[in-house]
Ligand binder design. Structure first.
Ligand SMILES: [Zn+2]
Length: 349
């Protein structure tokens, strides 16, 4: 449709549109017009900024830079702290690592020591085993030798000696003393008490001066220094030394266990000192234990005369701190040894 026609039609349809007055133009040319363009407001043209504004701007820029610098410093500090913390942690880890290493080294050293000890102990055990085996072997050999022991008589008889015992005794008496000792050391007796009895009770070795007092079955005359009784010195003198020792030790009651009746008679005769009470017990006399104890309690000092006729059952009854054993043969030697013991203090009850 032509714009004019379109306009006319719109006018005709609108009741508000009045007709033009008479005389006016028949027609009014209308021409569509372009819509009015939006007129944008141009921004006001700024004038040159003022000095204070510029100053303000500069200050703001400076503050912003400062804040930025500040933030950067804080960041650097934080990073430095983290770095430092990391370094500390690393140092701690290293220290812990070193400590573990040391502990490991110590443990290894301890293990080494234990191993050495173990080897040493194993060696000792082995050595002890060996010693034990050797000792067993020796014991077995000794047993075998003992089982093989032949009575002396059999040996002498096999030699077809006339008077074999006499020949044997003569041989011992005439060979080197060391050889005789060696020979006798290898002899064994199954009757030791019998042998003791023979050599202490049946046979006496006395000097010419003491011979008259000997009552043994067999009396063998020897030089005075070998005499069983006097030992080459005066019994009277020995008895005096003994009684002097008793006085010094304040010992007034003496007990002597062992010795033959003959020796007892000689001791009694020799020791008749003032105020000395002498109790003599024969070595083979069976005493009730209570009586033996009573005698021990009463005596200030007691002497068991070892190398005389002396049953173990008897000597075993006489015990105590003031009872001592004298290991010499002969009266004078006995008295001198007893005097020496009297000079030594003993524990008192
Ligand atoms: Zn004599």
């Amino acid at each position: 449709m032509h714009p004019d026609d379109e306009f006319l039609k719109a006018m005709a349809g609108d009741p508000q549109v009045r007709r033009l007055r008479r005389g006016g133009p028949e027609r009014v040319a209308a021409r569509p017009v372009a819509p009015e363009p939006d007129v944008a407001l141009a921004p006001p043209t700024p004038g040159p900024p003022s000095l204070s504004a510029r100053l303000h701007e500069a200050e703001e820029a400076r503050d912003a830079e400062r804040a930025e610098a500040h933030a950067a410093q804080a960041q650097v500090r934080a990073l430095a702290e983290r770095l430092s913390a990391n370094e500390v942690a690393a140092a701690e880890r290293e220290a812990a690592h070193d400590a573990l290493h040391r502990q490991l080294a110590e443990a290894q050293a301890a293990r080494q020591t234990l191993e050495t000890d173990r080897k040493s102990l194993l060696g000792q055990i082995g050595s002890l085993h060996e010693q034990l085996t050797q000792a067993r072997d020796r014991a077995a050999a000794a047993d075998a030798a003992a089982r093989r022991a032949v009575p002396l008589w059999d040996v002498l008889e096999a030699l077809a000696l006339p008077s074999p015992v006499t020949r044997f005794a003569q041989a011992l008496a005439h060979v080197e003393p060391s050889r005789a000792d060696k020979t006798v050391r290898h002899l064994f007796t199954s009757q030791p008490d019998e042998l003791r009895h023979l050599l202490t009770d049946k046979v006496a070795w006395v000097c010419a001066g003491c011979r008259s007092g000997a009552t043994h079955e067999c009396v063998i005359e020897v030089a005075p220094e070998d005499c069983d009784v006097c030992g080459g010195s005066s019994i009277v003198a020995a008895a005096r030394r003994f009684t002097d020792a008793c006085r010094r030790a304040d010992c007034r009651r003496v007990l002597i266990v062992g010795g033959s009746p003959r020796y007892h008679a000689q001791l009694t005769a020799a020791l008749q000192a003032d105020g000395l009470e002498l109790t003599l017990v024969e070595g083979n006399r069976k005493l009730p234990a209570a009586q033996a104890r009573q005698l021990c309690d009463r005596a200030h000092r007691g002497f068991i005369w070892g190398p005389t006729i002396l049953d173990h059952a008897v000597s075993g009854l006489f015990q105590g701190s003031r009872i001592q054993t004298v290991h010499v043969r002969g009266i004078t030697r006995f008295l001198d040894e007893a005097a020496r013991l009297l000079g030594q203090p003993v524990a008192t009850r």
